[in-house]
Ligand binder design. Structure first.
Ligand code: VG1
Ligand code: CO
Length: 546
């Protein structure tokens, strides 16, 4: 029998532990402050009614400080009476794989160590997120309770024990708590094999189809190698940057036009393979490219929805779809055509969980390179890539052809997001506050040739549990049905990030292939004018355009 001494450590609250869009994210140096991580973890444990005797899963995206945090969390889990923890080998687990494991083994919950697409390393970001027994991110009522607890906390529990070796698969003990070190890929890969037709995708590769999947030195490398190369038989060169590194090789593991630049350059060149894709730090995002074409995440969501019946798991149709509010309305048109419901939720995956659990929707998506379905309760990067591969294997046409066909049938929702990063927090708040004050006076006014039809601040009542979430972004609708949305990011760790979401619908055949920024010129200018971006922030252009 292992005896391990439980220590009660006195502490005082930090005032900044309110989880954002996706868990608590801070600079590594903040997490390194004495008691900072411990306070938050204990606040999670104190908030959960059945933590004693429970089973959890624990892992992260391999970023700097994961290894240290995992050891602390294991010792705290033991001191708090957790019965068993499954840990990914070497501490690795992607976000969707964690969700899969919670569901498959009926666990009480999981702790994910990641700051997703934010940079890593000693000067980078770190994060921690709690997922509940449905496998999804804790909903707002739980994250708010955790925050409230963190404001009062005065002690935490931890055992005094040597570190656990996480490199060997198998079961070990820490005091009375069982620790099972698991293969991080196996359960997830098996689930993917149930959803998609791997044989069809193998045939596609055998026919000479070429792909470049860029894991950006983040968590999906081992998953992509196992699934694409070992199981499906894609040539090894199909997966690049596949070894996870604590600092992502100095990169920004964010699959978009700015940060996955080498992949984008390759896909736009004459040597482009047929298909290109990338994922983010923790594996829940996806970027889809074809030869000389980038598929916006909003279009990808609409195209996957429209073609879902070609995929084994979805062959009998979809229950409904959901998108976050700023995501383009392309999927709404598909839902209408299919005769299914389309829900509009606030930003962040935590809002999709209750719709998925109530079986109101099958597929969900966000404009921020996030797509997923009811197979887990997180967005899922490799799932989206496999969905596209399965589609390409069925249709045997190019990505560009599939996208064009879609626009011809449904029209095109030109869409772009302009981010103004690292703004002064007070100026960003002022910008949003002044917008709110202006809202009722905007109607009927004209900006850059666009007349305002309606303007409001988005709030959401969950149709299942009726929980109301307010302050979810400013929406301006114009008479031509184009739209601008303004909101502040809830995942940044330095200053504030203003996100401006721009959308315009086009049905005319001859206008389906314009340059996006040109197609949205009026909306871009109207946004600058309405929000007085330059006057308030001093910036005359965004730092990132996606
Ligand atoms: C961003 C995205 C949002 C996404 C969130 C978490 O949030 O806009 O759509 O759900 O990141 O994604 P925000 O508040 O910064 O706009 V991830 O891949 O960090 O888990
Ligand atoms: Co992510």
């Amino acid at each position: 029998m292992n005896t391990t001494e439980i220590k009660e450590i006195k502490t005082t609250p930090f005032k900044d532990q309110r989880p954002g869009t996706s868990g608590l994210r801070k600079k590594v140096e903040v997490f390194k402050k004495p008691h900072y991580l411990e306070n938050f973890v204990q606040s999670i444990f104190d908030t959960l009614p059945k933590i004693k005797g429970s089973q959890l899963v624990l892992g992260g995206d391999g970023r700097y400080y994961n290894d240290v945090a995992i050891q602390t969390i294991l010792k705290m889990a033991c001191a708090n009476g957790v019965a068993k923890v499954k840990v990914g080998q070497n501490g690795f687990l992607s976000t969707p794989a964690t969700s899969c494991i919670i569901r498959k083994y009926g666990l009480y919950g999981g702790i994910i160590l990641s700051a997703s697409h934010n940079p890593g390393g000693p000067d980078g970001d770190f994060g921690i997120k709690y997922n509940i027994e449905n496998g999804g991110p804790a909903p707002e009522k739980i994250t708010e309770a955790i925050y409230k607890r963190s404001c009062e906390i005065d002690r935490y529990y931890i055992v005094d024990a040597p570190d656990i070796d996480l490199s060997k698969l198998g079961t070990t003990k820490l005091g009375n708590m069982e620790i099972e070190i698991i293969d991080p890929v196996k359960d997830y890969a098996e689930l993917m094999q149930e959803i998609f037709d791997f044989n069809k995708i193998s045939d596609l590769f055998r026919s000479g189809f070429t792909m470049c999947y860029d894991a950006l030195h983040a968590i999906t490398g081992p998953y992509a190698r196992r699934i694409f190369v070992d199981m499906i038989g894609a040539p090894t060169y199909s997966v690049v940057n596949y070894n996870p590194l604590p600092d992502f090789d100095g990169g920004h593991p964010d699959p978009n036009l700015t940060y996955a630049k080498s992949l984008v350059d390759l896909m736009m060149s004459d040597n482009a393979p047929d298909f290109g894709a990338a994922s983010d730090g923790d594996g829940d995002r996806n970027m889809i490219l074809g030869r000389k074409v980038f598929v916006t995440p909003s279009d990808s969501l609409a195209i996957l929805t429209a073609n879902a019946s070609l995929i084994p798991r979805y062959k009998n149709g979809l229950k409904g779809v959901a998108r976050s509010m700023p995501t383009s309305r392309a999927v709404d048109l598909v839902a209408k055509d299919l005769g299914i419901n389309c829900f509009e939720t606030p930003t962040g995956w935590k809002f999709f969980g209750s719709l998925l659990d109530a079986e109101l929707v099958t597929i969900c998506g966000e404009e921020s390179f996030g797509t997923g379905s009811d197979h887990v309760r997180e967005k899922d990067g490799l799932w989206a890539v496999l969905f596209w591969l399965n589609l390409l294997a069925e249709k045997r046409s190019s990505v560009k052809e599939i996208v064009k066909e879609h626009w011809i049938k449904f029209g095109r929702n030109y869409y772009s997001r302009h981010d103004y990063e690292e703004l002064d927090q007070d100026k960003a708040n002022l910008l949003i506050e002044s917008l709110k004050e202006k809202l009722s006076n905007l109607i009927g006014k004209e900006f850059s040739g666009l007349r305002v039809k309606h303007a409001d601040e988005f709030s959401y009542e969950d149709p299942v549990d009726h929980f109301v979430t307010t302050g979810q972004g400013i929406r301006i609708f114009f008479e031509d049905d184009s739209r601008i949305v303004f909101r502040l990011s809830g995942t940044g760790t330095k200053g504030a990030t203003l996100r401006v979401y721009l959308e315009r619908y086009e049905k005319k055949l001859e206008a389906l292939e314009l340059d996006t920024q040109i197609a949205l010129e009026k909306q871009i200018n109207a946004a600058k004018e309405i929000a007085q971006i330059k006057e308030i922030t001093g910036r005359d252009k965004p730092s990132v355009i996606t």
